[in-house]
Design a protein around this ligand. Structure first.
Ligand SMILES: [Zn+2]
Length: 399
């Protein structure tokens, strides 16, 4: 047990789900990198005080995000998300100025500017912000915290909105972000966060999203506890399909704005499923362990007599192939040119392009859909495949 929970500042925080020594989920390797591959303990904890699900002893961010090559503007689904987010911000709050942290290449900044809203982004990744600036977006390279507030104030004055999408839960120290928000926001300003949602983690038993990069799975309840320590309270809460299930929470200074009915709706959902109770998370870990054992045994037995490949070299795939020791896979198919030609973390299975998969003769008997949330799209792209598709969650299914 360790003290100091990321949400409530108290504890104690105890481990409830130990996934052992795991490679980094996004650590796809070239052949030359295989001998230097590292594993790190992956232990998921829950706070006995507030039930916030978190990794208390994170891998050094310098190691975790060293090959940061993700650019939002290259993912059509995310571009659509940010255009929708810009519309929502405009329609709900009609802001004059928006500061976004974790702005990546400034996809949201650009969408806001197109709607006549002054927007500025902050991000740590020098190469990505540089690309965004080249596309005309106002982006600052650096960490969003109190030391950056004077620079931002000089550019935009008071901010109507501070926003952060899918970045807040990756940060081991939310305090400086919330202090900087407090210093920047107008009196009736709004902080809007989009976070991976503990509710979806629980509902679909998505243990395969519990990887080193994902430090915290907030609920509305645990986020409220954290925000209260900095003088804020949730005023809107919206569930989103992004990243396997996310929650958008708008927060204002306590008492500064009326609380929308969406907050009561999400609160009711959370009490109904016991999301903010520690025992729920012990039950979740038991359910996940059972599913992992069933899936791992079935696949191992199939692998003794049949050929099996996987489809989708995403972080989820790294989790499955390592926890179930699937060294017997013939290949992992992935459409990204950044991944095809590399090896899977841990098992070092070759990652191949869809063209190589189509050319494989005979085709594998089974394909494990490691990117199981994209089953329909994957099957749609491989109409020629006549073998069996295997999906691991929420229940193992063979199609
Ligand atoms: Zn806590």
């Amino acid at each position: 047990m360790t003290a100091s929970c990321r949400a409530c500042g108290g504890g104690p925080v105890r481990s409830f789900f130990d996934l052992g020594e795991m490679p980094l989920a996004g650590g796809f390797l070239t052949e030359a990198q295989i001998p230097g591959e590292q594993r790190y303990p992956l232990e998921i904890s829950v706070c006995e005080g507030c039930s916030c699900v978190q990794i208390t002893d994170p891998v050094d961010p310098e190691i975790l995000f060293q090959d940061y090559s993700f650019k939002t503007g290259t993912v059509p689904g995310l571009v659509r998300h940010f255009v929708g987010f810009a519309d929502w911000l405009k329609d709900t709050y009609a802001p004059a100025t928006v500061v976004e942290f974790g702005a990546n290449d400034g996809t949201l900044v650009a969408a806001l500017e197109e709607r006549g809203i002054r927007a500025i982004g902050v991000d740590l990744a020098g190469n990505i912000t540089e690309m965004g600036r080249a596309e005309g977006r106002d982006l600052i390279t650096g960490a969003f915290g109190p030391e950056l507030v004077p620079v931002l104030c000089e550019k935009v004055g008071e901010a109507s909105i501070v926003a952060g999408s899918n970045v807040f839960p990756h940060n081991a120290h939310p305090g400086p972000i919330l202090e900087a928000t407090d210093a920047l926001l107008a009196r009736d300003g709004v902080l809007v966060l989009e976070v991976m949602y503990a509710g979806d983690l629980l509902e679909l038993l998505q243990w395969d999203t519990l990887y080193h990069e994902h430090l915290t799975f907030y609920s509305l309840g645990t986020l409220r506890t954290l925000l209260a320590r900095f003088g804020f309270e949730p005023v809107e809460a919206v569930r989103l399909p992004m990243h396997g299930g996310s929650l958008r929470v708008a927060a204002a200074r306590t008492g500064a704005r009326s609380v929308g009915s969406s907050v009561a709706e999400v609160d009711a959902y959370e009490s109904a499923c016991g999301l903010n109770e520690v025992a729920t998370w012990d039950g979740f870990a038991d359910d996940c362990r059972r599913r992992i054992a069933t899936f791992g045994d079935t696949m191992r037995r199939l692998g003794e007599t049949s050929s099996i490949w996987a489809y989708g070299a995403a972080g989820k795939a790294t989790m499955w192939v390592n926890v179930c020791a699937m060294g017997y896979l013939g290949g992992v198919v992935d459409a990204s040119p950044l991944r095809a030609g590399k090896r899977m973390p841990g098992t070092h299975t070759p990652i191949v392009s869809p063209e190589e998969f189509k050319a494989q003769d005979p085709a594998p008997d089974y394909v494990f859909v490691s990117a199981w949330n994209y089953l329909d799209a994957i099957r749609g792209n491989e109409p020629q495949y006549e073998g069996y598709w295997i999906v691991p969650l929420p229940q193992m299914r063979i199609h």
